[in-house]
Design a protein around this ligand. Structure first.
Ligand code: PEP
Length: 249
């Protein structure tokens, strides 16, 4: 059975001390046994958050990794470095990284390969901008993002991927996709996986929704048959709200 996953993306928020306090609060609140909980912290926090988290349901993620293995790339943090902290996941292809840092499919393919080589589970983000949604071409756009990246992986590597569908117009805007819009896209993604890798693989792939998912709307979103959890930005910074989302299945 595919895993239910709730992953927090703290983005560029919290000092190390604040991050440890937040991780401790989440650690102490979470009682769900059947949900994989992931804390996507800034690089600077990972080692301390890994030490703080004792709850077996919770793992830690980086929000990015370098596209190169190592060397003269000032300011970059490699996948091997991330793995050496004890983090088990890495968020890749977030729309903010694509938009503000020029991450293309070619760059993402290098990051995906390095993450997998270092036994990190990629949480691969995809999603369309508002203009694409308004033009009605969102399904083709998102499936093309997959075709250019994770669909080029071997089936064995693809099985390690978690997908997060995040409509860009819903991220941090307070505007959520309707439950129908989320389900329609998640089903389109699962159908595309089935066409590429077979139905058994498609049924086992966790597809998360992201975009203003919060304590009020998570239950409705997670009730959709093809929504297997969420990638949560703003609401992951409040342990109480984040725990409500974790319990929303
Ligand atoms: C995100 O950054 O992945 C996200 C979904 O943010 P928010 O929940 O704040 O919209």
């Amino acid at each position: 059975m595919r895993k239910k996953v709730v992953a927090g993306n703290w983005k560029c928020n919290t000092t190390v001390a604040e991050g440890i306090a937040l991780a401790k609060e989440v650690n102490d609140k979470v009682t769900a046994q059947d949900v994989v909980v992931v804390l996507g912290t800034p690089f600077t926090h990972i080692t301390e958050v890994v030490k703080t988290v004792t709850n077996k349901a919770i793992s830690v993620a980086a929000q990015n990794c370098a596209a190169e293995a190592k060397g003269a790339f000032t300011g970059e943090v490699s996948a091997a470095m991330v793995a050496s902290t004890g983090a088990k996941y890495v968020i890749l292809g977030h729309s903010e990284r694509r938009e503000y840092y020029g991450e293309t499919s070619a760059i993402l393919n290098k990051k995906l390969a390095l993450a997998l080589e270092n036994n990190l589970t990629p949480i691969y983000c995809c999603g369309e901008a508002l203009a694409i949604r308004e033009a009605g071409t969102q399904n083709e756009y998102v499936i093309n993002q997959l075709k250019e990246t994770i669909f080029t992986l071997s089936v064995e590597d693809f099985k390690k991927i978690i997908i997060a569908y995040e409509p860009i117009w819903a991220i941090g805007t307070g505007k959520t996709a309707t439950t129908e819009q989320a389900q329609e896209m998640h089903k389109a993604i699962r159908d595309a996986i089935a066409a590429q890798f077979g139905n058994e693989v498609a049924q086992e792939t966790s597809i998360l929704y992201g975009g203003s998912c919060n304590a009020q709307n998570a239950q409705e979103l997670f009730a959709n048959p093809d929504v297997d959890g969420g990638l949560i930005g703003g609401a992951s910074l409040k342990a109480g709200d984040f725990n409500i989302i974790i319990n929303a299945f």
